[in-house]
Design a protein around this ligand. Sequence first.
Ligand code: S3P
Length: 169
Amino acid sequence: MIVVLMGYMGSGKSTIGKDLAKVLDYRFLDLDEYISEKENATIKDIFDSSGEIYFRKKENHYLNEILNSQENKVLALGGGTPCYGRNLKLLLDNSQVKLFYLKLSIPLLAKRLYNEREKRPLINHISSESELVEFIGKHLFERTYYYNQAQYTIDIDNKSKKETLETIL
Ligand code: S3P
């Protein structure tokens, strides 16, 4: 089984994913980390030196690579992964995959992301929390179409990490 976590940047995919993998005794993979290791560069460096289109090609390539292995695992996607090319279809058509959307409200996402925006190429130009709220609002509006196709949606606004884990399990 491949437990796949999707959701906007800052929704806790990697944190929850690591804990979930421990409980299930599965391997944990973070798609961004996997890309960084294979390409020997940070995500920010890939965006800066080769651009977003190149990043999306690599993201699709490595997602395919990960999904092609039969080993049980928990996979945290990048926030944009399901929204590009055939990635969502790849996930939905794979019978090993259980696809979860970790859903968090815009103000909470903005609060979490504001101090971490330096390393995130899509939001590092933003200079105030209110501007970030506005940006996330528009961006999430475009992405909700994809996120809503998850097999399971978990509203995590009022859930502790432990409650989120229990709900997924
Ligand atoms: C992106 C999210 C990032 C990373 C890249 C693009 C996006 O992953 O893949 O910066 O398009 O939302 P996280 O969701 O892990 O921050």
